[in-house]
Design a protein around this ligand. Structure first.
Ligand SMILES: *Cc1c(COP(=O)(O)O)cnc(C)c1O
Length: 304
Protein backbone atom coordinates (compact mmCIF):
# COMPACT_ATOMS: atom_id res chain seq x y z
CA UNK A 1 0.00 0.00 0.00
CA UNK A 2 2.58 2.58 1.05
CA UNK A 3 4.64 2.05 -2.07
CA UNK A 4 1.79 1.58 -4.50
CA UNK A 5 1.45 3.58 -7.70
CA UNK A 6 -0.12 6.93 -6.93
CA UNK A 7 -0.61 8.86 -10.11
CA UNK A 8 -4.10 9.53 -11.35
CA UNK A 9 -4.97 10.25 -14.96
CA UNK A 10 -7.02 13.26 -15.95
CA UNK A 11 -9.33 12.98 -18.95
CA UNK A 12 -11.46 15.54 -20.68
CA UNK A 13 -15.16 14.81 -21.10
CA UNK A 14 -16.92 15.99 -24.22
CA UNK A 15 -20.61 16.65 -24.75
CA UNK A 16 -22.80 18.95 -26.86
CA UNK A 17 -23.81 20.70 -23.62
CA UNK A 18 -20.26 21.66 -22.62
CA UNK A 19 -19.54 22.71 -26.16
CA UNK A 20 -22.65 24.89 -26.34
CA UNK A 21 -21.82 26.52 -23.00
CA UNK A 22 -18.13 26.85 -23.92
CA UNK A 23 -16.88 25.19 -20.75
CA UNK A 24 -14.34 22.41 -20.51
CA UNK A 25 -14.84 19.60 -18.02
CA UNK A 26 -12.03 17.31 -16.95
CA UNK A 27 -12.29 14.28 -14.69
CA UNK A 28 -9.47 13.13 -12.45
CA UNK A 29 -9.69 9.37 -12.20
CA UNK A 30 -8.81 8.79 -8.57
CA UNK A 31 -11.25 5.90 -8.79
CA UNK A 32 -8.48 4.06 -10.66
CA UNK A 33 -5.69 4.80 -8.16
CA UNK A 34 -5.83 1.36 -6.60
CA UNK A 35 -7.99 -1.71 -7.23
CA UNK A 36 -9.07 -2.16 -3.59
CA UNK A 37 -8.26 1.05 -1.76
CA UNK A 38 -10.23 3.28 -4.02
CA UNK A 39 -10.01 6.97 -4.67
CA UNK A 40 -9.81 9.51 -1.94
CA UNK A 41 -9.60 6.76 0.68
CA UNK A 42 -6.24 5.75 -0.73
CA UNK A 43 -4.98 9.31 -0.42
CA UNK A 44 -6.44 9.72 3.06
CA UNK A 45 -5.08 6.45 4.41
CA UNK A 46 -1.59 6.63 2.96
CA UNK A 47 0.07 8.66 5.72
CA UNK A 48 -2.16 7.23 8.43
CA UNK A 49 -0.97 3.72 7.60
CA UNK A 50 2.61 4.91 7.42
CA UNK A 51 2.24 6.57 10.82
CA UNK A 52 0.79 3.40 12.39
CA UNK A 53 3.75 1.39 11.11
CA UNK A 54 6.25 3.98 12.36
CA UNK A 55 4.59 3.95 15.78
CA UNK A 56 4.95 0.18 15.91
CA UNK A 57 1.17 -0.34 15.96
CA UNK A 58 0.01 -3.72 14.74
CA UNK A 59 -3.67 -2.84 14.53
CA UNK A 60 -5.73 -0.05 12.98
CA UNK A 61 -9.15 0.70 14.44
CA UNK A 62 -11.71 2.85 12.70
CA UNK A 63 -15.43 3.64 12.44
CA UNK A 64 -18.11 3.55 9.78
CA UNK A 65 -21.62 2.71 8.70
CA UNK A 66 -22.53 -0.61 7.13
CA UNK A 67 -21.90 0.64 3.57
CA UNK A 68 -18.83 2.72 4.32
CA UNK A 69 -16.15 2.97 1.63
CA UNK A 70 -13.77 3.96 4.40
CA UNK A 71 -14.34 0.65 6.21
CA UNK A 72 -13.77 -1.35 3.01
CA UNK A 73 -10.69 0.69 2.10
CA UNK A 74 -9.15 0.54 5.58
CA UNK A 75 -9.52 -3.24 5.72
CA UNK A 76 -7.81 -3.61 2.34
CA UNK A 77 -5.07 -1.09 3.12
CA UNK A 78 -4.31 -2.70 6.48
CA UNK A 79 -4.07 -6.12 4.91
CA UNK A 80 -1.71 -4.88 2.19
CA UNK A 81 0.48 -3.40 4.92
CA UNK A 82 0.38 -6.50 7.14
CA UNK A 83 -1.60 -4.72 9.84
CA UNK A 84 -4.67 -6.03 11.65
CA UNK A 85 -7.85 -4.01 11.41
CA UNK A 86 -10.90 -3.50 13.59
CA UNK A 87 -14.08 -1.85 12.31
CA UNK A 88 -16.51 -0.30 14.77
CA UNK A 89 -19.78 -0.42 12.86
CA UNK A 90 -22.80 1.77 13.57
CA UNK A 91 -26.00 -0.18 14.32
CA UNK A 92 -26.87 -3.84 14.54
CA UNK A 93 -25.39 -6.77 12.71
CA UNK A 94 -27.41 -7.95 9.71
CA UNK A 95 -26.67 -11.34 8.27
CA UNK A 96 -25.75 -12.21 5.62
CA UNK A 97 -23.24 -9.39 5.53
CA UNK A 98 -23.66 -6.85 2.73
CA UNK A 99 -21.01 -6.65 0.01
CA UNK A 100 -19.03 -3.89 1.73
CA UNK A 101 -18.73 -5.61 5.10
CA UNK A 102 -18.12 -9.00 3.54
CA UNK A 103 -15.16 -7.59 1.61
CA UNK A 104 -13.86 -6.03 4.82
CA UNK A 105 -14.10 -9.35 6.69
CA UNK A 106 -12.49 -11.17 3.76
CA UNK A 107 -9.59 -8.74 4.15
CA UNK A 108 -9.24 -9.72 7.79
CA UNK A 109 -11.17 -6.93 9.48
CA UNK A 110 -12.74 -7.76 12.82
CA UNK A 111 -16.16 -6.12 13.08
CA UNK A 112 -17.79 -4.84 16.28
CA UNK A 113 -21.26 -3.36 16.23
CA UNK A 114 -22.27 -0.55 18.54
CA UNK A 115 -25.60 1.19 19.05
CA UNK A 116 -26.30 4.40 17.21
CA UNK A 117 -26.21 6.30 20.50
CA UNK A 118 -22.78 4.90 21.46
CA UNK A 119 -21.57 5.61 17.95
CA UNK A 120 -22.19 9.31 18.54
CA UNK A 121 -19.40 9.17 21.14
CA UNK A 122 -16.82 8.29 18.51
CA UNK A 123 -14.81 11.46 19.11
CA UNK A 124 -15.16 11.40 22.89
CA UNK A 125 -11.79 11.05 24.63
CA UNK A 126 -12.95 8.67 27.36
CA UNK A 127 -14.83 6.54 24.84
CA UNK A 128 -11.65 6.25 22.75
CA UNK A 129 -9.66 5.39 25.88
CA UNK A 130 -12.17 2.62 26.58
CA UNK A 131 -11.60 1.23 23.10
CA UNK A 132 -7.84 1.21 23.70
CA UNK A 133 -8.33 -0.67 26.94
CA UNK A 134 -10.58 -3.18 25.25
CA UNK A 135 -8.51 -3.73 22.11
CA UNK A 136 -4.97 -2.99 23.25
CA UNK A 137 -2.53 -0.61 21.57
CA UNK A 138 -4.50 0.23 18.45
CA UNK A 139 -3.97 3.13 16.09
CA UNK A 140 -7.34 4.91 15.89
CA UNK A 141 -8.36 6.60 12.65
CA UNK A 142 -11.50 8.77 12.85
CA UNK A 143 -14.68 8.12 10.89
CA UNK A 144 -14.20 8.90 7.21
CA UNK A 145 -10.46 8.96 7.85
CA UNK A 146 -10.35 12.75 8.13
CA UNK A 147 -7.37 14.09 10.08
CA UNK A 148 -4.23 16.10 9.36
CA UNK A 149 -2.41 13.10 7.85
CA UNK A 150 -5.35 12.50 5.52
CA UNK A 151 -5.34 16.12 4.42
CA UNK A 152 -1.62 15.89 3.63
CA UNK A 153 -2.27 12.83 1.49
CA UNK A 154 -5.12 14.47 -0.42
CA UNK A 155 -3.00 17.58 -1.04
CA UNK A 156 -0.62 15.44 -3.10
CA UNK A 157 -3.17 15.10 -5.88
CA UNK A 158 -2.17 18.50 -7.21
CA UNK A 159 0.89 16.83 -8.69
CA UNK A 160 -1.43 15.02 -11.14
CA UNK A 161 -3.25 18.07 -12.47
CA UNK A 162 -0.84 18.99 -15.24
CA UNK A 163 -2.43 22.44 -15.73
CA UNK A 164 -4.21 25.10 -13.73
CA UNK A 165 -8.00 24.89 -13.70
CA UNK A 166 -10.45 27.66 -12.84
CA UNK A 167 -12.56 25.39 -10.66
CA UNK A 168 -12.00 22.13 -8.85
CA UNK A 169 -15.08 20.11 -7.91
CA UNK A 170 -15.24 17.48 -5.19
CA UNK A 171 -17.88 15.61 -3.22
CA UNK A 172 -18.18 16.20 0.53
CA UNK A 173 -18.71 13.69 3.34
CA UNK A 174 -16.53 14.28 6.38
CA UNK A 175 -14.72 17.10 4.57
CA UNK A 176 -11.12 15.88 4.58
CA UNK A 177 -10.95 15.60 0.82
CA UNK A 178 -12.32 19.08 0.25
CA UNK A 179 -9.94 20.49 2.88
CA UNK A 180 -6.93 18.75 1.35
CA UNK A 181 -7.71 20.11 -2.08
CA UNK A 182 -8.46 23.57 -0.73
CA UNK A 183 -5.08 23.64 1.00
CA UNK A 184 -3.28 23.61 -2.37
CA UNK A 185 -5.49 25.97 -4.39
CA UNK A 186 -4.42 29.40 -5.55
CA UNK A 187 -6.57 32.32 -4.49
CA UNK A 188 -7.96 32.77 -8.00
CA UNK A 189 -9.11 29.16 -8.18
CA UNK A 190 -12.53 28.14 -6.89
CA UNK A 191 -13.38 24.98 -4.99
CA UNK A 192 -16.88 23.66 -5.67
CA UNK A 193 -18.00 21.33 -2.91
CA UNK A 194 -20.99 19.05 -3.41
CA UNK A 195 -22.43 17.79 -0.16
CA UNK A 196 -23.60 14.18 -0.04
CA UNK A 197 -25.30 15.00 3.26
CA UNK A 198 -28.50 16.84 3.93
CA UNK A 199 -28.28 19.89 6.12
CA UNK A 200 -27.66 23.57 6.27
CA UNK A 201 -24.59 23.27 8.46
CA UNK A 202 -22.18 21.69 5.97
CA UNK A 203 -20.63 25.04 5.09
CA UNK A 204 -19.95 25.76 8.76
CA UNK A 205 -18.50 22.29 9.15
CA UNK A 206 -16.10 22.94 6.32
CA UNK A 207 -15.08 26.27 7.84
CA UNK A 208 -14.24 24.57 11.12
CA UNK A 209 -12.26 21.79 9.42
CA UNK A 210 -10.16 24.48 7.73
CA UNK A 211 -9.62 26.24 11.07
CA UNK A 212 -8.81 23.00 12.92
CA UNK A 213 -6.13 22.18 10.36
CA UNK A 214 -4.64 25.67 10.07
CA UNK A 215 -5.70 26.13 6.46
CA UNK A 216 -6.19 29.78 5.56
CA UNK A 217 -9.74 30.48 4.41
CA UNK A 218 -9.77 32.91 1.47
CA UNK A 219 -13.46 32.31 0.78
CA UNK A 220 -12.80 30.99 -2.70
CA UNK A 221 -15.03 27.99 -2.16
CA UNK A 222 -18.74 27.32 -2.53
CA UNK A 223 -20.74 24.63 -0.79
CA UNK A 224 -23.61 23.22 -2.85
CA UNK A 225 -26.10 21.50 -0.59
CA UNK A 226 -29.03 21.15 -2.97
CA UNK A 227 -27.84 17.98 -4.74
CA UNK A 228 -27.98 15.44 -1.91
CA UNK A 229 -31.17 13.73 -3.19
CA UNK A 230 -32.71 13.48 0.27
CA UNK A 231 -29.56 12.88 2.28
CA UNK A 232 -26.63 10.56 2.78
CA UNK A 233 -26.99 7.36 0.73
CA UNK A 234 -30.47 8.39 -0.44
CA UNK A 235 -31.23 8.06 -4.14
CA UNK A 236 -33.98 9.01 -6.54
CA UNK A 237 -34.75 7.53 -9.98
CA UNK A 238 -33.45 10.73 -11.59
CA UNK A 239 -30.03 10.13 -10.02
CA UNK A 240 -29.92 6.46 -11.03
CA UNK A 241 -30.84 7.45 -14.60
CA UNK A 242 -28.10 10.07 -14.61
CA UNK A 243 -25.47 7.59 -13.42
CA UNK A 244 -26.58 5.05 -16.02
CA UNK A 245 -26.50 7.63 -18.80
CA UNK A 246 -23.05 8.84 -17.71
CA UNK A 247 -21.82 5.26 -17.95
CA UNK A 248 -23.30 4.90 -21.41
CA UNK A 249 -21.83 8.19 -22.65
CA UNK A 250 -18.36 8.00 -21.13
CA UNK A 251 -17.88 4.37 -20.08
CA UNK A 252 -17.17 5.61 -16.57
CA UNK A 253 -18.95 4.17 -13.55
CA UNK A 254 -19.97 6.66 -10.87
CA UNK A 255 -21.04 5.78 -7.35
CA UNK A 256 -24.49 6.85 -6.18
CA UNK A 257 -23.50 8.31 -2.84
CA UNK A 258 -20.91 10.89 -3.86
CA UNK A 259 -19.77 11.22 -7.46
CA UNK A 260 -23.16 10.65 -9.09
CA UNK A 261 -24.53 13.53 -7.04
CA UNK A 262 -21.53 15.78 -7.75
CA UNK A 263 -21.67 15.27 -11.51
CA UNK A 264 -25.43 15.65 -11.54
CA UNK A 265 -24.95 18.96 -9.75
CA UNK A 266 -22.14 20.11 -12.01
CA UNK A 267 -24.17 19.30 -15.10
CA UNK A 268 -27.11 21.22 -13.68
CA UNK A 269 -24.90 24.24 -12.97
CA UNK A 270 -23.43 24.14 -16.47
CA UNK A 271 -26.93 23.98 -17.93
CA UNK A 272 -28.00 26.97 -15.83
CA UNK A 273 -25.04 29.10 -16.99
CA UNK A 274 -23.36 29.18 -13.59
CA UNK A 275 -19.98 29.18 -15.36
CA UNK A 276 -18.82 31.91 -17.69
CA UNK A 277 -17.66 30.81 -21.17
CA UNK A 278 -14.07 29.60 -21.18
CA UNK A 279 -14.20 28.14 -17.66
CA UNK A 280 -12.11 25.02 -17.17
CA UNK A 281 -13.36 22.68 -14.47
CA UNK A 282 -11.63 19.69 -12.96
CA UNK A 283 -13.91 17.26 -11.13
CA UNK A 284 -12.33 14.65 -8.89
CA UNK A 285 -13.81 11.15 -9.25
CA UNK A 286 -13.19 10.06 -5.68
CA UNK A 287 -14.05 6.41 -6.32
CA UNK A 288 -16.49 4.56 -4.09
CA UNK A 289 -17.87 2.35 -6.82
CA UNK A 290 -17.62 -0.66 -4.48
CA UNK A 291 -20.62 0.78 -2.64
CA UNK A 292 -22.94 0.41 -5.65
CA UNK A 293 -23.28 -3.31 -5.07
CA UNK A 294 -24.61 -2.82 -1.56
CA UNK A 295 -26.96 -0.06 -2.77
CA UNK A 296 -28.28 -2.32 -5.51
CA UNK A 297 -28.89 -5.11 -3.01
CA UNK A 298 -30.55 -2.79 -0.55
CA UNK A 299 -32.75 -0.89 -2.97
CA UNK A 300 -33.19 -3.42 -5.74
CA UNK A 301 -31.82 -0.93 -8.26
CA UNK A 302 -30.95 -1.61 -11.85
CA UNK A 303 -27.54 -0.19 -12.59
CA UNK A 304 -25.91 -1.19 -15.85
C1 LIG B 1 -15.57 9.00 1.72
C2 LIG B 1 -15.85 9.46 0.35
C3 LIG B 1 -16.04 10.81 0.03
C4 LIG B 1 -16.08 11.88 1.07
O1 LIG B 1 -14.80 12.26 1.43
P1 LIG B 1 -14.59 13.15 2.73
O2 LIG B 1 -13.15 13.36 2.80
O3 LIG B 1 -15.11 12.32 3.88
O4 LIG B 1 -15.40 14.37 2.57
C5 LIG B 1 -16.22 11.16 -1.29
N1 LIG B 1 -16.27 10.22 -2.25
C6 LIG B 1 -16.11 8.92 -1.98
C7 LIG B 1 -16.19 7.97 -3.08
C8 LIG B 1 -15.92 8.49 -0.68
O5 LIG B 1 -15.78 7.19 -0.43
Amino acid sequence: MVNAQQTAIVQELFSPLYEAKKVRLFLQRDDLLHPEVSGNKFRKLKYNIRYAIEQGNKTILTFGGAYSNHIAATAAAAKLSNLNSIGIIRGEEHLPLNATLKTAVDNGMELHYISRSDYKLKKDVSFLEGLKQRFGEVCIIPEGGTNQLAINGVAEMKADWGQEYDCIATPFGSGGTAAGIYSVLDEEQQLLIFSALKGEKVGEEFTSILADNNIVDNNNWTMFNQYHFGGYAKVKPELVDFVNLFKKDYHIQLDLIYNGKMLFGLTDLIRKDYFSPGTEILAIHTGGVQGNKGMEERLGLGLY
